[in-house]
Design a protein around this ligand. Structure first.
Ligand code: IPM
Ligand code: MN
Length: 356
């Protein structure tokens, strides 16, 4: 088969990690007889420098015409002083909205070989951790009405948190479908003791749960959820939550694995279309040094094969190659222990590609 992939290399370590993911994809293509066509498009800081805009129309058009988008990372200190609407990060929000990417899947798992890297006590993560945060990605306060108004305490700024029944229903379905393929547990996280939008969220999630009698649903308030993630992370299988809570909790979840450089993500639209990117950012401090860990991007490419292209065996091949890489004792700098010299970014890509 042939697949068209729009590729945003982006800023900082983005281009380096993308190159390695492409090496691995090409190895998969060779082994299984697929051709991946890559079309490079601009978004983020690089786009600002070259076109004056963080998300050129051409990028959106090409992304829409592709089968999937693979993205490295955007942002860096160079653009930090720009006003909110012109910052590189804005490109991510724009891509999500324009491409209808309402479901963000952020797995947080502890690889057996890297259990030592978790900042949690061994007894808390014994037996491993495997959580997926399903974050609503195109609604809520990040996209709600915003503005300023005069008050007797001076100018006030506001951002509205709003969710419709339909928005909650479709993200809940993604979470329950995911749970059916895993351990059949969904934890919905909200703030229903305070927020009207959360009460609606909770009501719709309960309604959807009715269609999945095998899945056990529990609800948590976000403050408690943040605490349980470090106190008893094994409670969680699939977490479903709003855009802002998911933003925060997915960072927390990724950190407790101790290896954020290993974590992939998928942002999915209705149907099979998706955008795939590592959870880590652009890490400008190590850009160009060969220290970046490309495994999160490589695993993101694996998620693309699984969720958008439906190539399960090929996706397994990527996951297995990464596991074999770790099992052989190969390490990048961020996860290095012992005295074996860490592999560079490009050595890592070569090695994983050779294990396909
Ligand atoms: C993320 C990031 C983005 C978000 C920012 C950069 C807009 O933090 O993908 O989690 O808040 O969604
Ligand atoms: Mn975030």
């Amino acid at each position: 088969m042939e697949y068209n992939i729009a590729v945003v290399r982006g800023d900082g370590i983005g281009p380096e990690v993308i190159s390695e993911a492409i090496k691995v994809l090409n190895a998969v293509g060779e082994k299984y007889g697929h051709t991946f066509h890559y079309q490079y498009v601009l978004a983020g800081g690089e786009a600002i420098d070259e076109t004056g805009r963080c998300l050129p129309d051409e990028t959106v058009a090409i992304a829409k015409a592709s089968d999937a988008v693979l993205l490295g990372a955007v942002g860096g200190p160079k653009w930090d002083t720009l006003p909110g609407d012109e910052r590189p990060e804005r490109a991510l929000l724009g891509l999500r909205k324009e491409l209808g990417l309402f479901a963000n899947l952020r797995p947080a798992m502890v690889f057996d070989e890297l259990a030592d890297a978790s900042p949690l006590k061994p007894e808390i993560i014994a037996g491993g951790l495997d959580i997926v945060v399903v974050r609503e990605l195109t609604g809520g306060i990040y996209f709600g009405e915003k503005g300023f108004k005069d008050t007797d305490m001076g100018t006030a700024a506001y951002d509205v948190e709003q969710y419709s029944e339909g928005e909650v229903r479709r993200i809940a379905r993604v979470a329950f479908d995911m749970a059916m393929k895993r351990n059949k547990r969904v934890t919905s996280i909200d703030k229903a003791n305070v927020l009207e939008s959360s009460r609606l969220w909770r009501r719709i999630v309960a309604e959807v749960a009715g269609d999945y009698p095998e899945v056990i649903l529990d609800n948590m308030y976000v403050d408690n959820g943040a605490m349980q993630l470090v106190r008893n992370p094994k409670h969680f299988d699939v977490i479903v939550t709003s855009n802002i809570f998911g933003d925060i909790l997915s960072d927390e979840a990724s950190q407790i694995t101790g290896s954020i450089g290993m974590l992939p993500s998928a942002s999915l639209a209705d149907g099979n279309f998706g955008m795939y990117e590592p959870v880590h950012g652009s890490a400008p401090d190590i850009a160009g040094t060969g220290k970046a860990n490309p495994l999160a991007t490589i695993l993101s490419a694996g998620m693309m094969l699984r969720y958008t292209f439906g190539l399960m065996e090929e996706a397994d091949a990527i996951d297995n190659a990464v596991r074999a890489f770790l099992k052989e004792g190969c390490r990048t700098l961020d996860i290095a222990t012992g005295d074996a010299a860490p592999l560079t970014t490009s050595e890592t890509g070569d090695k994983v590609a050779s294990l396909i």
